[in-house]
Write a protein that binds this ligand. Structure first.
Ligand code: GUN
Ligand code: ZN
Length: 435
């Protein structure tokens, strides 16, 4: 594949920003460039230095004055919920039963799953998201449709066939054995196939029997390198129902703990209403709490106490995600904007540097994928987003008053959406302009 050189202002994080203007946490190049070849970043830095390393036939694209960053990472999203987004419901369990469990049944149909998979990746690319940790439906067909399309586009995805064997319509149930067998088959077909990664995906404690939870724990022991994703402590009624179903459990987290499901590659969507004991166990096991601000607000689930989890003596690792279709937007820019407001309501602050760290390197670290994605550094995969902070008339006007990088980032966060994404590069190839 021909090498590509892209020119613009480069921003890439090295570590979590510790203050509003922590210049040591990132690298910034006013006249920068990234050289990409064979899906990877070969060089990134000042334009002249990078240009001198480029082969003579490299294709050069000038994105000045736009900002070039690592592609955005969404740590929790449901691909079969593209037609659930924006469904009118009071709270989680009603929303699941009245809309989500109805819609997801359609994914037993391979043609439907394939159509939605195409639309899904189009939407991610349009919004600058280059990696998304995704729930498919219970049907193996949905996972096959998902990975077929992701592989075709050469995208770095993490996804799993949902395991669920109770408390949902019959068309949406597997069994402990078929859930295990189908997950095994998805792993055999897709894990490590190109850029695809499979996650073990028990939906949540309510929709799995103890027998299925055992099977999920078994799968994790058999495949310790895989991610595990599920939901935890999102909603008060959900927590109460879980306690009824698992009367022996100390708390909700204890259910997952007993089946051996906590650990550094385990992602727990929402994790809003955690006790000190639960937060301690999450911390000790390196488990990740996934903050889904638009979803938590839309479903009235609660306010994620990010700063307390992050700054307690035993900190909990945190990722950020859209949770579409409980979440209301595919954009990680819209997501950090709503996340900022969730913190505001609790008297907490999230700096612009922290927001952009979280949706790039921060999420890559939370997924234990920082050796592959999340930074503009040689050797990393060339998943890149190009941002225009003056993409709309309102943004352009505000941009006139912007004097520094952190203000530009905050403008992108506050007013930005898919219109601010000029280009999305997937493994070194332009993917948005070619949609
Ligand atoms: N808990 C179990 N399933 C789901 C889901 O699909 N969305 C959300 N937000 N919470 C869940
Ligand atoms: Zn979810």
């Amino acid at each position: 594949m021909t090498a590509r050189l892209i020119r613009g202002r480069l921003l890439s994080f090295k570590d979590a920003p510790k203050s509003i203007d922590d210049t040591g946490s990132y690298t910034y190049e006013e006249d920068g460039a990234v050289l990409m070849e064979n899906g990877h970043i070969v060089a990134a830095g000042g334009y002249d230095a990078v240009k001198s390393q480029a082969p003579a036939d490299a294709i050069e694209t000038d994105h000045r004055p736009h900002l070039i960053m690592p592609g955005f990472i969404d740590a929790h999203i449901h691909f079969p919920q593209m037609q659930v987004i924006g469904s009118y419901a009071a709270a989680l369990l009603e929303w699941l039963n009245n809309y989500t469990f109805v819609e997801e049944q359609r994914f037993s149909d391979a043609a439907h799953a394939a159509r939605i998979a195409t639309a899904y990746f189009d939407e991610l690319v349009r919004h600058g998201t280059t990696t998304a940790v995704t729930y498919c439906s219970v049907h193996k067909t949905s996972a096959d449709a998902f990975f077929t399309e992701s592989h075709r586009r050469n995208m770095r995805m993490v996804a799993g066939k949902v395991m669920m064997d109770r408390n949902a319509p019959p068309g949406l149930l597997d069994t402990p054995q078929t859930g295990y067998d189908d997950t095994k088959a998805v792993i055999a077909d897709w894990h490590g196939n190109g850029r695809q990664l499979v996650a073990i995906t028990p939906r949540f404690a309510i929709t799995s029997t103890p027998e299925q939870m055992e099977m999920a724990g078994t799968l994790m022991r058999e495949h310790p390198d895989l991610h595990m994703q599920t939901h935890l402590s999102e909603n008060k009624a959900e927590i109460e129902f879980t306690k009824e179903l698992y009367p022996w459990a100390k708390d909700y987290t204890d259910v997952y703990e007993r089946y051996g499901m906590l650990g550094p590659t385990s992602l727990f969507g929402h994790s809003i209403h955690l006790s000190e004991r639960e937060a301690d166990v999450m911390s000790e096991t390196g488990s990740v709490a996934v903050f889904c601000p638009t979803s938590n607000l839309f479903l009235g689930s609660g306010l994620f106490d990010l700063k307390t989890l992050d700054e307690r003596s035993k900190p909990v690792r945190i990722a950020v995600a859209t949770d579409v279709g409980g979440g209301t937007n595919y954009s990680m820019l819209r997501t950090i904007d709503e996340g900022y407001k969730v913190l505001q309501l609790q008297g907490q602050r999230m700096t612009p540097l922290e927001s952009f760290y979280r949706i790039t390197l921060g999420n890559a670290r939370a997924l234990c994928l920082e050796d592959k994605i999340g930074a503009l550094e040689p050797g990393r995969e060339a998943d890149i987003v190009v941002l225009n902070a003056a993409a709309t008339p309102a943004m352009a006007l505000k941009m006139e008053a912007v004097t520094k990088l952190t203000e530009e980032l905050f403008l992108l966060q506050t007013l930005g959406d898919d219109r601010a994404i000029v280009e999305t590069y997937i493994a070194g190839e332009p993917a948005k302009s070619t949609l």
